[in-house]
Write a protein that binds this ligand. Structure first.
Ligand code: PAF
Length: 283
């Protein structure tokens, strides 16, 4: 596995491959890799000649300094995992390399997607994500880029950015990877205390019940039902639950037959914020 820390070096290496007509798959990450990340890399390996993974804890997408400082850093283990799935190139830039002395975000207009759900609770988050992903796309110039559906809003926003800015890259959304007890895999899970880790599978259990209820009940009723369920969970604090349409990400009142819906949730398990979502059947 080749490792590069500067834009200049990685660009010049990738250029030699592009000149040989090699296709490039890109998996951007913030490190603390888990099986969810590895599944993205495996998918990328199947479709592309070369797979580039970036590890960069992007300061501009954190709304809380504490969260940025405490974000898990496990580079040694990440490197072992990357080699185990035959990752070809690791891009590991410093903050200075990416932002120079100006650690700030570009402002984006994602046609309102950025004001829903996460956007309401994490100010500036999607400008930070847009800034770093666009920067990486400009450096790596991948043919395809891979993102997990756990961050479904992020995935939709990146697709929107690619369309609006006419970027020449195909965005691939990949299924959520879960622990055996259903908890969605996340780098943040390692920061859960033992009691909160035990309580956390309740999130997915609730989402599965939501999926069942969506067949017969309306969205308002289900939302109240979820809110009441969480009121009885002392270890988990519900930040939001909403049933939204997949494209606009707007909360729905009534179902329409030709639309796709998902239930989205954000929960604090102690100090750790967890998000998850589930596709709903619209019959
Ligand atoms: O999903 C993530 O890990 C991050 O938001 C991303 C896409 C790597 C950008 O920093």
């Amino acid at each position: 596995m080749k490792v590069f820390a500067t834009k200049k070096e990685i660009k010049s290496y990738l250029l030699t491959l592009k000149n040989k007509k090699k296709t490039i798959g890109f998996v951007p990450t913030m490190g603390a890799l888990h099986h969810g990340h590895l599944s993205l890399i495996k998918k990328a390996k199947k479709k592309n000649d070369v797979v580039v993974v970036s590890i960069f804890v992007n300061p501009t997408q954190f709304d809380k300094k504490e969260d940025l400082i405490n974000y898990p850093k496990t580079l040694k283990n990440d490197t072992i995992l990357l080699k185990s799935v035959s990752c070809d190139v690791l891009f590991l830039p410093s903050v200075k390399e990416i932002y120079n002395d100006n650690i700030s975000s570009q402002k984006f207009d994602f046609d309102g997607l950025e004001h829903q759900m996460e956007g309401k609770f994490r100010e500036g988050h999607f400008d930070g994500v847009g800034t770093i992903v666009k920067t990486f796309f400009e450096i790596v110039e991948p043919n395809r880029a891979y993102f997990g559906q756990k961050d479904f809003q992020q995935l939709q926003i990146i697709k929107k950015m690619v369309r609006k800015h006419r970027l020449d890259v195909k965005i691939k959304g990949c299924p959520i990877f879960r622990e055996e007890d259903g908890l969605a895999m996340s780098s943040r899970n390692t920061r859960l205390t033992e009691v909160h880790r035990k309580a956390a599978p309740f999130i997915y259990k609730t989402l599965k019940k939501v999926r069942k209820k969506f067949g017969t009940e309306n969205a308002n009723y289900i939302t109240e039902w979820v809110e009441n369920k969480f009121k009885k969970q002392p270890l988990l604090e519900l930040e939001y639950f909403t049933i939204a349409e997949e494209k606009s990400l707007k909360t729905i009142k009534n179902k329409e037959s030709n639309k796709k819906y998902r239930a989205f949730i954000a929960v604090f398990a102690g100090k750790i914020r967890l998000i998850d979502n589930i596709r709903l059947k619209n019959d």
